[in-house]
Write a protein that binds this ligand. Structure first.
Ligand SMILES: [Zn+2]
Length: 260
C-alpha cells in the first residue's frame, strides 16, 4: 500500500494501524509462499534431472567396465559385431532362438514370444481382474504382482542370429546408447568393428543376389510347361516362381484348389 494513501486512510479513520499491518503481513506471506512453491517445484525438477542422469550413468557403467577388461572387451566386441546393425537384434520368437535364458549384462531372466504366447489366457484373465478392481482401487500393484507371477519374473529376450547371447530390452537399449556415445566421442576401435561388419553384410547381400541373365524370359515358350512347372534349361529360383504362378492360374481355370 502506498504510504501517502495509507496515511490518508489513517487520518480519515477509515482503517486502523493493526488492519494495515495485518494486510501487509498477508501480502508478504503470499509472496513468500509463491517463492517457496517455486523453489519446491525447481527442486523436484532438479532431482528428476539428477536421477535421470544418474540412472543413465549407471546403465552405461557395465559397458565402460567391460571395455576396460581384456576378456570382457572381447565379449563386448562380439556383441557389437553380432548386433550390427541394431536392427539385427530382434525379440526371440521361439525358445530355440533364445539360446541364453538370462540377459548377458544384468542376468535378468528372459523369455521368448513363444513362452509369452503360451501364457496368454492367464494374462488376459489378469487383465480383466485388473479392470474390475479399478472400479474401487486405482493402484496397479496387484496387477503387476499377478503379471510377474504368470511370466515368472521373466522379460522379453532380444537375440541376434550371429550370437548365442541375449539381452533384456533395457540392457539392449543401454548397449545401443553406449555404442552411439562411443562413436560420437570418436572411438576408432568401435567404429572399425562396425565398418568391417557393415562391409561383410554388404558382401553377403551381394552374394545372395540372383544372376541377372537367364532370369528374364524372351517369349512364352521360355516359361516352359505351365502345367508341370518345369522350366527347360534353367533351375533359377525366379523362373521356378514364374512357372508355378502359371501353374496356379491353370488350376484356377480347372476349378482345382491350388495347394498352399
Ligand atoms: Zn539386462
Amino acid at each position: 500500500m502506498a504510504d501517502s494513501f495509507k496515511e490518508a486512510l489513517l487520518k480519515a479513520g477509515k482503517v486502523s494501524q493493526s488492519d494495515i499491518d495485518r494486510r501487509e503481513q498477508a501480502e508478504k506471506d503470499k509472496a513468500q509462499k509463491i517463492l517457496d512453491d517455486k523453489k519446491a517445484a525447481d527442486k523436484i525438477e532438479y532431482d528428476r534431472i539428477d536421477k535421470e542422469r544418474k540412472d543413465f550413468e549407471d546403465s552405461q557403467k557395465p559397458f565402460y567396465d567391460m571395455w576396460k577388461g581384456e576378456k570382457s572387451k572381447k565379449f563386448l566386441t562380439h556383441l557389437i559385431f553380432s548386433f550390427t546393425p541394431f536392427s539385427m537384434g530382434q525379440y526371440a520368437w521361439t525358445n530355440e532362438e533364445l539360446k541364453s535364458k538370462n540377459c548377458c549384462i544384468c542376468k535378468h531372466k528372459l523369455m521368448s514370444k513363444e513362452t509369452l504366447w503360451s501364457k496368454r489366457d492367464k494374462l488376459v484373465e489378469a487383465g480383466i481382474d485388473h479392470i474390475k478392481r479399478l472400479l474401487h482401487d486405482n493402484s496397479s500393484e496387484k496387477y503387476v504382482k499377478a503379471l510377474n507371477k504368470i511370466i515368472d519374473g521373466g522379460t522379453m529376450g532380444i537375440v541376434s542370429p550371429y550370437s548365442d547371447t541375449a539381452f533384456c530390452t533395457t540392457c539392449f537399449s543401454s548397449f545401443g546408447d553406449w555404442v552411439s556415445n562411443e562413436l560420437v566421442k570418436g572411438n576408432r576401435e568401435i567404429n572399425g568393428i562396425i565398418r568391417k561388419r557393415m562391409r561383410e553384410i554388404a558382401a553377403e547381400n551381394e552374394a545372395k543376389k540372383e544372376p541377372i541373365n537367364a532370369t528374364v524370359p524372351n517369349n512364352r515358350q521360355d516359361l516352359g510347361n505351365p502345367v508341370s512347372g518345369e522350366v527347360p534349361g534353367s533351375e533359377t529360383e525366379g523362373e521356378g516362381r514364374g512357372a508355378s504362378k502359371l501353374q496356379e492360374g491353370e488350376k484356377e481355370q480347372t476349378g482345382e484348389i491350388p495347394q498352399v
